[in-house]
Ligand binder design. Structure first.
Ligand code: AVJ
Length: 334
């Protein structure tokens, strides 16, 4: 088999481009400690959802995607399978594929299959390990594919590596990860992506749709308790990495629909009045007190198109499938 070209790119001037792996781990730990201290100082208390994805958390998320109740991954994959030829035709040939928060890159393989030969694939992710794993898996699937993994936070990245700017680009942002952002954050992400991808680019975005609570809530509160374990893993992580002593049996997972904000919210609920130690401090939790751990915003097709238009994009086409569970949006820059 032909060797694929995989080389790791770091944003110039990024802290990750200098220093040892141990120094990087220390910075990550610091980032987590600071986020927990800041989040616990607020009311309601909160922990940013990006900390879900340590090794165990990523494994639990993979399990979530296979649950009967969790429809988004299956629905998005079905839409890609059904419409990828039309998407490829609308996008046109010869585009560099740039993926935001690439994760395991499984859905990317479907898209690459339809696009034919692309000049390069640039996955952007903050997790160096999953980038490397995904690049290795993809290079086995697509012979001769040039992969330029880019370690960066896709919400703040200001520039692509120069090699990724030689041809026009197609952006890909799947899994409804955009749902984790507030509307303002989503608008500024889309505007930043417009700058990053540049004039004449196109953007394929997967967005979860608004639907009855009877379908939405079980997806975030499954019968097997996998989502509960995923949520509680944040406390396991604090115990391990930040010297915490959270008693997991005294916190419970909860997911609610916030109609006004149009989002599912996940919480960890304290089941008793209790004092917990972490990051060298003591925190009091009262019975029933909630730690906010995730927002998952849902959109109608029209709502998302309005947001895209306000952020420098023109809707080309949206696909939803007969079940209207999920939407794929193709956008272009004017
Ligand atoms: C990966 C952010 C799209 O919001 O549905 C799954 C994460 N949280 N179950 C989502 C998640 C709980 C997921 N995203």
């Amino acid at each position: 088999m032909m060797e694929s070209d995989i080389s790791l790119h770091l944003p110039s001037g990024s802290s990750a481009s200098s220093g040892s792996l141990r120094a990087k781990e220390a910075r990550d730990l610091d980032d987590f400690a600071q986020a927990v201290l800041a989040g616990f100082a607020q009311r309601p208390r909160s922990i940013p959802c990006r900390f879900f994805y340590d090794a165990r958390g990523s494994e639990l998320f993979e399990e979530i995607t296979k649950l009967e109740e969790y429809y988004p991954t299956r629905a998005e994959t079905a839409l890609l399978e059904a419409h990828r030829a039309e998407i490829a035709a609308l996008v046109g040939p010869g585009r560099i594929l740039v993926e935001f928060g690439s994760g395991s890159s499984r859905k990317t393989s479907l898209l690459l299959g339809a696009l034919g030969k692309v000049p390069a694939y640039v996955p952007i992710d903050i997790a160096a390990d999953s980038l490397k794993e995904a690049a290795e898996w993809l290079s086995g699937q697509h012979e001769g594919l040039t992969i330029l993994p880019f370690i960066a936070d896709f919400t703040t990245t200001r520039a692509l590596p120069p090699v990724a700017t030689r041809k026009k680009r197609l952006g890909f942002f799947s899994g409804s990860t955009i749902g984790n952002l507030t509307h303002e954050e989503a608008a500024s992400f889309l505007a930043n992506a417009a700058r990053l991808l540049g004039k004449g680019s196109t953007f394929l975005v997967g967005v979860d749709l608004k639907k009855p609570v009877s379908i939405l809530l079980p997806a975030y509160n499954d019968g097997c308790g996998v989502t509960a374990s995923f949520n509680l893993n944040l406390l396991v992580r604090i115990n391990r990495e930040l010297g915490g002593n959270f008693d997991l049996s005294r916190f419970a997972h909860d997911a609610v629909w916030n109609d006004e904000a149009g989002r599912v919210e996940m919480y960890l609920v304290s089941l008793a009045n209790q004092a917990v130690h972490a990051v060298g401090r003591a925190f009091d939790f009262s019975k029933g007190e909630r730690i906010h751990t995730e927002n998952s915003h849902k959109y109608t097709v029209a709502e998302f198109q309005t947001l895209a238009r306000a952020s420098g994009w023109l809707p080309v086409k949206a696909w939803t499938g007969p079940d209207r569970l999920f939407s794929l949006h193709l956008l272009r820059q004017g």
